[in-house]
Design a protein around this ligand. Structure first.
Ligand code: G3I
Length: 302
């Protein structure tokens, strides 16, 4: 293939990017998007504060702009995200207990129902584990509704959109030896053993000098896959955009049969949430970087 999406497709995989809706009027941005990618994640527009700004009043216009742009061009969509401690609407941030649990489940149900049949994979729950060595759940208003809030969210999503893949998504879960990775692994193993409807695990893979790519990443992907879930690289960016590291990530995904695809978290360096790290595949002018060529070659050689 001559593009990321086409080359990934030849390997039975997708290659995606995060998209910010307000950039779809930027011709350079949209030209690269439409040429290179066959999977799209809304960078912010499908989050809880965007889709339910007032309780019970849903707002899908910003998300629909991205979903329609993608699907009308044959791209698929990752839904990000149904339940998260961050970027909650103000009304939800101040809720607790059973009222919050019910509001969260209603949100999952309403959003997944609205998009039923249109989403390749949902990040049903995002970032629910603590950083550091505890292996514990992250403290949040959702966690304080009870430890079973995650499986409740997955059951609600499954009832609303039974044919979408339902993913748990997190960061700093790339290094197989880290407590957070093991804690997520144990949750997924438990969910599979009890029939909780989980289909996939998303590895955000925001690599930087503090949490770098490590060679046991492939072990992490294959170990989760061995539990009977798909794995997806969902928010890839690499500080400095090392071509060697990008190549390794692609090779690791291609080496794991259940690695469905790779999504980078933005198109140009200037689009990145960490633009100062120049972590992406295109420079600020939309020119392909060395990392782009490494990724394309790895996809074609794999
Ligand atoms: O839209 C408002 C704008 O009206 C306001 O004037 C401006 C002032 O701060 O803020 C704008 O909202 C910002 C939004 O991005 C849209 O640009 C928020 O402040 C800002 O916090 C938000 O950042 C996003 C961040 O998630 C929020 O947690 C980033 O764009 C987005 O890339 C980032 O993505 C996350 C994933 O969802 C989950 N994994 C980590 C990843 C990186 O942090």
């Amino acid at each position: 293939g001559t593009t990321l999406g086409a080359s990934a497709a030849e390997k039975g995989r997708y290659f995606g990017t995060a998209v910010a809706g307000f950039k779809l009027s930027d011709n350079t941005y949209t030209t690269i998007l439409n040429r290179e990618f066959n999977m799209v994640t809304a960078e912010n527009e499908m989050k809880m504060n965007a889709t339910e700004p007032q309780q019970g009043r849903f707002s899908f216009s910003a998300a629909d702009q991205i979903v329609n742009h993608a699907r009308s061009r044959g791209m698929s969509v990752r839904g990000h995200t149904l339940a998260w401690h961050s970027q909650q609407p103000g009304w939800m941030e101040s809720m607790s207990g059973s009222a919050l649990r019910q509001a969260m489940l209603n949100h999952v149900t309403q959003v997944a129902t609205y998009y039923r049949g249109k989403i390749h994979s949902w990040d049903v729950v995002n970032e629910a584990f603590a950083d550091g060595s505890s292996g514990a759940r992250r403290d949040s208003n959702l966690q304080r509704t009870g430890n079973d809030w995650i499986e409740a969210a997955f059951r609600a999503a499954d009832a609303a959109d039974p044919n979408a893949k339902l993913c748990y998504n997190d960061y700093n879960t790339d290094n197989w030896t880290h407590a957070k990775t093991q804690a997520v692994y144990n949750m997924v193993r438990d969910f599979k053993s009890r029939g909780v409807p989980i289909d996939c695990v998303g590895f955000q893979s925001h690599f930087n000098n503090d949490s770098p790519y490590v060679s046991n990443y492939r072990t992490t992907l294959s170990s989760f896959a061995a539990l009977g879930v798909d794995v997806q690289i969902t928010e890839l960016d690499i500080e400095g955009a090392s071509a060697n590291t990008y190549r390794s990530v692609v090779e690791d995904c291609l080496a794991v049969a259940r690695c469905n695809g790779i999504t980078v978290w933005g198109i140009r360096d200037s689009d990145s949430w960490r633009s100062y790290q120049n972590p992406l595949l295109f420079d600020g002018n939309g020119q392909k970087k060395a990392a782009y060529n490494a990724v394309l070659t790895a996809l074609n050689n794999g």
